[in-house]
Design a protein around this ligand. Structure first.
Ligand SMILES: [Zn+2]
Length: 113
């Protein structure tokens, strides 16, 4: 499952950050996930609870903030949100679209004790 590897990555980063702060417990993790990552938040939370078991992040709440897909038109230079994977410029109908957002996956913040 692709979520399992991602959950492990998130855990590693969170544990590392908590370690540097000398934390004894991670209570919450805020995550930024681009829509194009195709993550299923419930599945990711489930996988996270498995990999975090027996670590200081056990029981931590995983908050996933989804970032929409955005595009840039190379023909008319406009920026716009891409809806339902329609890679077409809403202004000039060009298909020369560059995806500028929606692929990110990073840790925004953690809450520790
Ligand atoms: Zn355009």
């Amino acid at each position: 499952m692709h979520e399992m590897g991602i959950a492990q990555n998130i855990l590693d980063i969170a544990l590392n950050a908590a370690n540097q702060e000398g934390a004894t417990k991670i209570t919450r993790i805020d995550l930024i996930a681009g829509e194009l990552r195709g993550l299923v938040p419930m599945q990711l939370s489930f996988c996270f609870s498995i990999v975090a078991k027996d670590t200081i992040a056990s029981g931590a709440y995983l908050n996933i903030e989804e970032v929409p897909v955005t595009g840039h038109c190379n023909a008319c230079n406009s920026d716009f949100p891409v809806e339902e994977y329609q890679y077409l410029c809403p202004k000039c109908a060009s298909t020369k679209i560059q995806v500028t957002g929606g692929t990110e996956l990073r840790l925004k913040d953690i809450e520790i004790e």
